[in-house]
Design a binder for this molecule. Structure first.
Ligand code: GRF
Length: 213
């Protein structure tokens, strides 16, 4: 078992309550990682304040100042490599990723999504679940591939939708589940209970079989 803590980066765009949950778990000794960097595309976002308070280095950028998505992702990739980041944790990062980051971190990049994927990918997942009238929804942590919330699933938790629930009611119940689940999944990765190498390899073989039947 390795001694050095895992080096992670968190990407977020907004409030950053999931970032906070991860930072708190590290501080409390429940999560054996170091957060090397917060990456944020909105310099005014609350998550930036949270990172500064926690003493975590921040890289903010304005996408409009770059010629392309690939251009800012190259810059992010340089920063991640500089800090020898091993695992990228997306936590409410609202930008579509390109092959620059997806390929560099395939099998080493996670996302959390507020539905039981593959149901309701994309924006407003909670609203989509309510609009469909499903009785159960939940939270998914998955590996990031090139698609929309489509990579291999690592963990899920379900919750019941009660009659009369609003989007706000549901979000209030989903958030604490996320805050509990995400640090736990990361710790499972650190301890080898979730084997990302195997999961990524199995996924690659499945895709190969589908392409060459
Ligand atoms: C979470 O609901 C997460 O599932 C989704 O974006 C939201 C981020 O919330 N990907 P926060 O910024 O961590 O509070």
């Amino acid at each position: 078992m390795r001694k050095a803590p895992f080096r992670i980066a968190v990407f977020a765009s907004g409030s950053g309550s999931n970032f906070q949950a991860i930072a708190d778990a590290v501080k409390a000794g429940r999560l054996d990682v170091t957060i090397e960097l917060l990456v944020c595309d909105r310099p005014q976002a609350k998550v930036v304040e949270r990172a500064r308070e926690a003493g975590i280095p921040v890289f903010t950028f304005n996408p409009k100042e770059y010629a392309s998505r690939q251009a800012y992702e190259q810059e992010i990739l340089r920063q991640l490599q500089d800090k020898q980041v091993e695992l990228v944790v997306l936590a409410g990062y609202m930008r579509i990723l390109t092959e620059v980051l997806v390929e560099a971190y395939w099998g080493r990049m996670l996302n959390i999504h507020p539905s039981l994927l593959p149901s309701f990918p994309g924006l407003h997942a909670v609203r989509q679940a309510l609009a469909h009238g499903v009785k159960v929804t939940g939270v998914t942590v998955h590996l990031v591939d090139g698609g929309l919330d489509s990579g291999p699933i690592l963990a899920q938790r379900a919750l019941a939708i009660e009659n009369g629930d609003t989007e706000e009611d549901l979000e209030k119940r989903i958030h604490p589940i996320e805050h509990d689940l995400y640090p736990q999944v990361i710790q499972d990765i650190v301890q080898g209970a979730i084997d990302l190498d195997r999961i990524a390899k199995d996924h690659n073989s499945t895709i190969d079989r589908m392409n060459n039947p």
